[in-house]
Design a protein around this ligand. Structure first.
Ligand code: SAM
Length: 274
């Protein structure tokens, strides 16, 4: 299995800005990857200074994503997945988890960060059931109308859209609720939407961490409340146990520090279109 990227941080594509923080690279660092630069590590250090468990939140989110993909493919029978804001390749990529359960599963990865595209293509070059697009969540037509998406995903049949740790990076004026609604509208009956984000759970530390996210240029509204986030699932049936901290959602044996109270600062859920 490939961990991190084959290209490595020494082969940096020209369009990658190594002076500016990248969400994908900070997240890669938090997961223990090597596709990150000093500027990303400095931002991560600022986060752990206010909340020592900040990196645990990323690991827990990734655990949730893996468990949810196992549920979608293994229990719900999903064979088509669009993973928007996929992040850099890491241990347990969505297509690896999904195709381990059902090899015929097709996966389209989408991210707007050029470093993800460069490393994603290197990882996936040999797999004809997966594609990697550089596109933006705010321009859904570029995603769902893309020839690779149309080739791999039959949008008249149930498919799942994963929005793991991405809506949080949209500002209020970019209308994350409207973006989620647009995706729900595209799902056929029996389709699924996964959402996970950092959460303002009322703890002062959440607001302190939110400020560090904002100062790093990751967005000023990363920590929305549960009440705000449950609206992303309007009209969907929530899969048990609902929109909850990751240490409460079908936890597997590899969940790091399952009893840490910090988990309340990152929540996720999966909804099914009736
Ligand atoms: N989905 C993965 C997960 O949950 O483990 C990775 C989450 S990572 C925190 C968020 C990713 O979303 C980053 O790779 C970032 O580049 C990407 N991203 C942020 N805003 C985006 C946008 N508007 N369109 C596409 N990708 C975006």
């Amino acid at each position: 299995r490939l961990v991190g990227s084959e290209a490595g941080a020494d082969h940096v594509p020209a369009e990658v800005n190594t002076e500016k923080v990248s969400i994908a690279r900070i997240y890669d660092f938090a997961l223990g990857g090597k596709d990150n630069f000093a500027v990303d590590r400095a931002a991560a250090a600022a986060m752990t200074e206010v909340v020592p468990e900040a990196m645990l939140l990323a690991k827990a989110n990734r655990h949730f994503l893996r468990q949810a993909v196992r549920y979608l493919v293994g229990e719900a029978g999903i064979r088509q997945i669009v993973d928007i804001g996929s992040g850099l390749p890491t241990a347990g990529n969505v297509h690896e988890i999904a195709q381990e359960v059902a090899p015929e599963t097709r996966v389209v990865y989408v991210d707007n960060d050029p470093i993800v595209l460069a490393h994603g293509r290197a990882l996936l070059a040999s797999n004809d059931r997966t594609a990697f697009l550089k596109a933006d969540l705010r321009e859904p037509e570029a995603i769902f109308g893309h020839p690779d998406t149309e080739r791999l995903i039959d949008q008249s049949e149930p498919f799942a859209v994963l929005l793991g740790g991405i809506l949080m990076h949209l500002e209020d004026e970019e209308d994350p609720e409207g973006v989620a609604a647009g995706i729900r509208d595209r799902l056929p009956s029996g389709g699924f939407l996964l959402v996970s984000n950092t959460c303002d759970n009322g703890e002062p530390r959440a607001m302190e961490l939110s400020q560090v996210f904002a100062d790093s240029g990751m967005g000023t509204r990363c920590f929305r409340t549960w009440d705000e986030q449950i609206r992303y699932f309007d009209g969907l049936e929530l899969v048990d146990p609902g929109l909850v901290p990751h240490n409460e959602w079908r936890v597997g044996p590899d969940m790091p520090e399952p009893n840490s109270p910090a988990h309340a600062m990152h929540i996720g859920g999966v909804g099914r279109k009736p």
